[in-house]
Write a new protein. Structure first.
Length: 127
């Protein structure tokens, strides 16, 4: 049962990474014109990276806060299914948050790097 739970947990983490990548990549695509204007006006690549990463960090913080509150609430219902753990085990919650933040940073970094490579002339013609 533990192996099966671990497999499904890993699968959920993979789906989370794919979903985050898709959302961030779509957001970067929508902002291509804006990024092109910023670069044409002299923005450094590092500032574009910070812009994309900051926007993703805001979404990540909201998601982690909502997930933490939801997990604290749902563990009351699943208390009977937890063996060897307290319902709100701090180390388990911290490990889950660290894993999700790490996956989110990797999933965000790829579209952010793509945004840094936008050619301003191409982006200004982009519809």
């Amino acid at each position: 049962m533990a192996v099966l739970s671990g497999f499904f947990g890993g699968l959920a983490l993979l789906l989370t990474a794919i979903g985050l990548y898709g959302v961030i990549a779509y957001g970067v695509t929508l902002r291509t014109h804006e990024i092109g204007i910023r670069m044409a006006l002299g923005a450094q690549r590092s500032s574009i990276l910070r812009l994309v990463m900051r926007d993703a960090a805001i979404v990540l913080a909201i998601g982690v806060a909502a997930g933490l509150l939801g997990s604290l609430w749902i563990t009351r219902l699943a208390k009977g299914l937890l063996f060897g753990l307290t319902p709100n085990d701090p180390s388990t919650l911290a490990l889950a948050i660290v894993a999700l933040v790490g996956v989110a940073l990797v999933a965000t970094y790829i579209p952010a790097c793509r945004a840094m490579k936008v050619d301003p002339m191409v982006a200004l013609r982009y519809e």
